[in-house]
Write a protein that binds this ligand. Structure first.
Ligand code: PBG
Length: 340
């Protein structure tokens, strides 16, 4: 066979029927013109970590560029986020070890750091939305999201506990309650309790499909559950092999009163996001979790990938998959870039 002999007797125009998709890719202006998805600052929710005390701002080793902050710093960061146009923040506590117990009872303290943070941020930065996570893991001595009895995470008792916690969070000024525990029946119970206490306008963002995942590792360092957790969370989070089950969970959470749904982790689960958006057409969010953040940071620190480009590509992928917004530790950095 000689190189000069064509391998196909047909011309490219015969093969493609004259449809050359590269035509619209030829210049920046035409690529911009046909771009289907866009990332805007309005898509961003920024998760932040809060600790007690004053003047504390400690970098999380497994999450370079992410800090645990005491309230004074957290309020300043919420102000910065609002100035950047970020619509909402989501708060997570690192609770003092001596306040953690078997049942996570400190979540029921109206003056725990999450409720204090909500009041302080609401007062200083009323224009930013506040999302509070309601799950027991930062408050339990064993790092599980529920009450542990005889080796079992007990469902119904946990639901009562987080429902009471949700009402306290709403009373502190939380705009959106985000249950991340995956107990059965918690959305309906929380909705009932919010309504009964006059919080009809407080929304619920359900972690509708939260998968048992290895990508939560750095978060567990951030909230101090890494060293406590025994076993795994497979008896309450969804098996990451399952997609139909994610649809059933979501269907149930929406029927119980969820206003918006979330898929977590994010990037390995774009198929789930697309499926849920097509099926339910409700406000849909993804949580680009700690492990996803840290992978991009680590590869970029080693010079293996361009960190900024990978960050933007990963976030735009969520939009393409059907997300209305993304919880991401990159939020302030991205907002700054989109502004510039
Ligand atoms: C648990 C909770 C988790 C995250 C937020 N809340 C997972 C876990 O520790 O099992 C993970 C967030 C992240 O990885 O960024 N209620």
């Amino acid at each position: 066979m000689t190189a000069s002999k064509p391998f196909s007797s047909r011309s490219v125009d015969e093969i493609t029927g004259g449809c050359r998709l590269r035509r619209m890719r030829k210049a920046d202006w035409s690529r911009r013109l046909v771009q289907e998805s866009r990332l805007s600052v309005d898509d961003l929710i920024w998760p932040i970590f809060i600790v007690d005390g004053k003047g504390r701002r400690e970098e999380i080793a497994a999450m370079p560029g992410v800090f645990r902050m005491s309230l004074d710093f957290a309020v300043k960061e919420a102000e910065r986020a609002a100035k950047l146009g970020i619509p909402a923040i989501a708060t997570f506590p690192n609770v003092d070890m001596n306040l953690r117990d078997q049942t996570g009872s400190h979540i029921l303290d109206a003056d725990n750091i999450i409720n204090k943070a909500t009041r302080a941020i609401k007062q200083a930065v009323p224009e930013i939305g506040i999302i509070t996570d309601v799950a027991l893991d930062p408050f339990t001595s064993h790092g599980h999201d529920g009450i542990l009895r005889d080796g079992v995470i007990v469902n119904d008792e946990t639901v009562q506990q987080i429902t009471a916690a949700a009402v306290l969070q709403a009373a502190s000024g939380s705009d959106i309650i985000a249950p991340s525990d995956m107990m059965d029946g918690r959305i309906g119970a929380i909705r009932d309790a919010l309504d009964a206490n006059g919080f009809q306008d407080v929304a619920i963002m359900s972690y509708a499909t939260k998968f048992a995942s290895a990508f939560y590792g750095p978060y567990r360092e951030a909230v101090g559950t890494a060293g406590l957790l025994k076993g795994d969370k497979k008896t309450y989070y969804i098996d990451h092999a399952n997609s139909d089950e994610a649809v059933r969970e979501t269907e149930q959470d929406l029927a119980e009163g969820a206003d918006m749904i979330m898929v977590k982790p994010g990037l390995p689960y774009l198929d789930i996001i697309r499926r849920l958006k097509d099926e339910f057409r409700v406000p849909t969010f993804a949580y680009q979790v700690s492990g996803e953040y840290s992978m991009i940071k680590a590869a970029s620190a080693n010079g293996w990938i361009d960190g900024e480009k990978a960050m933007l590509e990963s976030l735009l992928a969520f939009k393409r998959a059907g997300c209305d917004g993304i919880l991401t530790y990159f939020a302030p950095q991205v907002a700054q870039m989109l502004k510039g």
